[in-house]
Design a protein around this ligand. Structure first.
Ligand code: MN
Length: 506
């Protein structure tokens, strides 16, 4: 992306929108002028890379502008009010969302542990789940999540310039929180890049081992793959089906490692080590290609998957089948239309600006007038996200907007050590104390929120760091704690101890 954007964005955005994007870029240049990235490059290279990623998966002008401005409030003298005055509420709301997300962090205490050990700890899994929820609850708008994902991709691409401690934390977070979110959103391209960038930092030995496995016989595998690709092309053309594209790939990196894990490191059990992807014009042709392939190759039994008839929860649609290729090697063949291909790479964003070319009105005004509609059939993944939350609202409620509010009744509170707890809206330090441990609840005498002493009826806000002050001995809570507590857990523990006062003789 160049400093002067008019050329780059012509055809995609209206002239007024390009002017606003240019203004955002000028402001970011000025504000970041004296800052450098750890790589030594001017800081502006980062927001520009983020905006470029957003542009490439087809996002709207406000999102691209927010991508350009996303680090201003935290790193420069330009604050959110200035951004709102200059670029309007929508952009300010997006930038603000991204800024708030910087509090969603994995706790340092987990980093000392090696990759595999960590996975076996249930408390770690719970932390990660709560952080994923907090991530969504904090962002409130899908576009905020997507900007943050783009931000993370560029930070991962330049991760080798940071110190080892930061590398491990950021890479682990990427693997546990960011890549799964990209997957939920169906953005396959970003998910794969995030995983493969993080893999060597989180699992250095395993990553080296995988490289070795892939490296052996690599040239031969690629030759075999090329041969079968040519053969598939030939038999399809003979049947009057001209594929738009056939892609060939050898499975590698993080996804290969995960799979090998499941098959006790037996590479002969990996049926999709070699893969072909046939992209055709429409759905009908997908099935035609499948039947031609089945007529010409020996098949591996039970490997046919019709994700067109039954899409995956994140919206993924494609036909899969596995054939026996040269030298008796299995080759997985994926067949999809170009529309399905767009969706698999770009996920939900593939649908937002589909008719961009037709209407070159200002997206900006359009977006402000009506929240950009998300097609109903694309809501599968939102419903999927919903399952993360036990008690959810009707998912059709937010079908007309990009905003999601199914976490609106929840807040997320940190311990001084950085553990995150999920609590109901309006929760007080008493709820938090009991969520840490019942004994902390029973010995609670006061609380500090973000370093300041507060009364016990203080309403906590998402992102607060709360420290509970305790007495040496547990005591029976007063009856009025029942009114202060909002969570079911705290209420029931308080009730129990009022019924059976704590025995202090022990
Ligand atoms: Mn950033």
């Amino acid at each position: 992306m160049e400093k002067n954007l008019s050329k780059a964005f012509e055809g995609r955005f209206s002239a007024p929108d390009i002017a606003v994007i240019q203004a955002a870029l000028d402001l970011a240049y000025k504000a970041h002028r004296d800052q450098k990235r750890k790589s030594g490059e001017p800081y502006i290279t980062h927001p520009i890379a983020v905006a470029e990623l957003l542009y490439n998966i087809g996002l709207d002008a406000p999102t691209i502008i927010a991508g350009i401005l996303h680090d201003l409030p935290e790193d420069t003298h330009v604050d959110i009010n200035q951004i709102q005055r200059k670029f309007g509420r929508e952009v300010a709301h997006l930038v603000n969302g991204v800024t708030k997300l910087s509090s969603v962090r994995l706790k340092t205490k987990w980093f000392g542990l090696r990759g595999k050990e960590l996975e076996k700890i249930p408390a770690f899994e719970r932390q990660v789940n709560t952080l994923r929820k907090m991530f969504l609850a904090t962002s409130k708008d899908i576009r905020v999540v997507i900007i943050k994902l783009a931000d993370r991709i560029h930070n991962m691409r330049t991760l080798h310039f940071l110190n080892p401690e930061k590398q491990t934390r950021i890479a682990r977070e990427t693997l546990e929180i960011y890549a799964p979110l990209a997957d939920r959103l169906g953005i396959g391209k970003w998910k794969t890049e995030l995983e493969n960038l993080a893999f060597p930092y989180v699992y250095p030995n395993e990553a080296k081992a995988i490289e070795k496995i892939v490296g052996t016989n690599q040239a031969k595998r690629e030759r075999d793959l090329q041969r079968i690709k040519e053969k598939v092309y030939k038999i399809l053309v003979k049947k009057q089906i001209k594929p738009l594209e056939i892609q060939a790939r050898v499975k590698h990196g993080y996804s290969l490692w995960r799979k090998l894990n499941r098959y006790h490191n037996d590479i002969s059990k990996i049926y999709d080590l070699l893969g072909l992807r046939v992209i055709v014009e429409n759905e009908q042709q997908c099935y035609a290609v499948m039947s031609v392939i089945h007529a010409h190759f020996k098949l591996l039994p039970n490997r046919i998957k019709d994700y067109i008839a039954t899409p995956k929860p994140n919206g993924y649609r494609t036909l899969h089948t596995t054939v026996i290729g040269p030298n008796n090697q299995p080759v997985e063949i994926q067949i999809r239309s170009k529309q399905m291909h767009q969706e698999a790479e770009k996920g939900i964003t593939a649908h937002w600006y589909y008719d961009e070319g037709k209407k070159k009105v200002s997206r900006f005004k359009l977006a402000r007038k009506h929240a950009i509609p998300v097609p109903k059939e694309q809501l599968a993944w939102i419903k999927e996200l919903n399952r993360w939350q036990a008690s959810v609202d009707d998912p059709t409620e937010f079908s007309q907007s990009l905003k999601f509010d199914f976490f609106k009744d929840r807040i997320f509170i940190f311990t001084p050590q950085g553990d995150v707890k999920e609590l109901p809206q309006d929760a007080t330090p008493i709820d938090f104390a009991f969520s840490v441990h019942s004994q902390i609840g029973y010995s609670c005498v006061g609380a500090k929120v973000n370093g300041k002493i507060v009364p016990l009826n203080h309403k906590l806000r998402s992102g607060d760091v709360v420290e509970i002050l305790t007495s040496k001995k547990p005591h029976t809570p007063k009856r009025d704690w029942l009114d202060l507590a909002k969570s079911r857990l705290a209420k029931s523990l308080i009730r129990r101890s009022i019924r059976n006062p704590l025995d202090r003789t022990k």
